[in-house]
Design a protein around this ligand. Structure first.
Ligand SMILES: [Zn+2]
Length: 110
């Protein structure tokens, strides 16, 4: 069963913490692309950053600077939600599965 790049509204295969692939993979890739574009033009990305230039490029590309990756916990059998930044145009990848044993053993201790 695939646990990578699952679209919003599809069934959650496993309970756990998922991250938004747009935040996690696509935004950093775009940042690298912007940096290499700057390098091609002979511009030092570090210098650009100092004057806020590269941030302008990022914003134009729709990737904010150092925006945190959206992580959410989803329960198996439910449906995936959306990323607040990328809405429905994203996918969720399982980062940390929660091992559940079907029975809620801790209830026996109460
Ligand atoms: Zn996102």
């Amino acid at each position: 069963m695939s646990t990578a790049n699952l679209a919003p509204n599809t069934l959650v295969p496993k309970t756990g913490v998922y991250y938004c692939v747009m935040c996690h993979d696509v935004a950093p890739a775009l940042r690298r692309k912007a940096e290499s574009m700057a390098k091609e033009k002979g511009v030092d990305p570090k210098k650009l950053e100092e004057v806020g230039g590269l941030e302008g490029i990022y914003r134009a590309m729709g990737v904010g600077s150092n925006t945190p990756v959206t992580r959410k916990r989803f329960k198996a059998g439910k449906r995936f939600g959306v990323c607040p930044r990328h809405k429905y145009s994203t996918g969720w990848t399982l980062e940390k599965e929660e091992i559940t044993t079907g029975k809620k053993w801790w209830k026996f201790w109460k």
